[in-house]
Design a protein around this ligand. Structure first.
Ligand code: SAM
Length: 279
């Protein structure tokens, strides 16, 4: 019988955040797949767990994924951990989950520390609707395209970012979203120097240009104000019909086109045009 894949979240800073269930799963798994085995070894030593570790990271995931899959298909249980936080969220675990799911293997996710959710909950931004955008590309062009695609996004947007790219990213964001857009910069979450700066894009650029940023960041950016489009009135519809008829269109076609353009029912447009004719 095939084994199972467990996704085991690990602390994003504070070692006390490992759960009882996460610890037990690491203890009981046949082997652990880790993004950086040196990082995970430190955690396992802290927990007093001795277990066989295999590396599974961005540049060996295609090859190692199949080896891990074969072991699970042969009946072993694998616990997947990333360097910190929830495996499969902006890390190669995503591919291993897909591979296992495609082969009918049961995947069990243990809830626990995750940078995106920790940041959102502490951000002070609207949490009702949000979108997670992961890391922006390092290539300027695709980074700009990604941000452009979010120009009218009304949900709260969450990004992961490395400190050395922070100012450039904030500048690109300000170009698209404007200097006044609120942002919460969540730094070193759960660690000794945890800090949440709730400010605007413009002020953040100024602040971090003067004091270069250090540590890990999650950026929580407020969504755009929803655009309130005014519904066209009967007078708008009648005027448009008259204009099209003056250009030589038949009344029937003018009503049809106006209804389409203004997204109004044809009979409403027709009645409005008649009412104006009768005035
Ligand atoms: N899978 C992990 C998760 O979702 O929890 C995240 C992995 S991703 C490779 C690493 C990024 O998560 C960092 O670059 C940073 O943006 C964010 N991050 C991780 N730990 C953090 C912390 N303690 N404080 C702030 N951001 C953190």
């Amino acid at each position: 019988m095939a084994g199972m894949l467990y996704l085991v979240p690990t602390p994003i800073g504070n070692l006390g955040d490992i759960s009882e269930r996460a610890r037990k799963t690491l203890e009981e798994a046949d082997f652990i797949a880790a993004e950086d085995t040196r990082v995970s070894l430190k955690l396992l030593n802290h927990l007093g767990i001795k277990k066989s570790l295999v590396s599974y990271f961005e540049h060996n995931k295609a090859f190692k994924g199949n080896i891990i899959l074969d072991r699970i298909l042969a009946g072993e249980t694998c616990a997947l951990v990333s360097d910190a936080g929830s495996p499969a969220i902006s890390d190669p675990g995503e591919d291993l989950v897909k591979l296992c799911a495609e082969h009918g293997i049961t995947v069990c996710a243990i809830p626990g520390p995750c940078a995106v959710i920790t940041a959102l909950s502490i951000s002070g931004q609207a949490t009702g609707r949000f979108c997670f955008e992961g890391f922006l590309s390092t290539a300027k062009k695709s980074r700009k395209e990604h941000l452009e695609s979010l120009r009218n996004e009304t949900r709260t947007m969450i990004f992961y970012e490395a400190p050395h790219k922070l100012v450039a990213t904030l500048e690109d964001m300000a170009e698209v979203f404007g200097n006044d857009r609120p942002i919460s910069l969540c730094r070193e979450l759960t660690k000794l120097h945890e800090e949440v700066v709730r400010t605007t894009l413009g002020a953040a650029i100024e602040g971090y240009t003067t004091n270069p940023p250090k540590g890990e960041f999650v950026l929580v950016v407020a969504g755009a104000e929803p655009v309130v489009t005014e519904k066209p009135t009967a007078t708008d519809a009648a005027k448009r019909v008259q204009q099209l008829m003056a250009d030589g269109m038949s009344r029937k076609d003018a009503v049809k086109q106006t209804a389409k353009e203004l997204d109004l029912p044809k009979n409403v447009v027709y009645d409005a045009a008649l009412a104006i004719d009768e005035e």
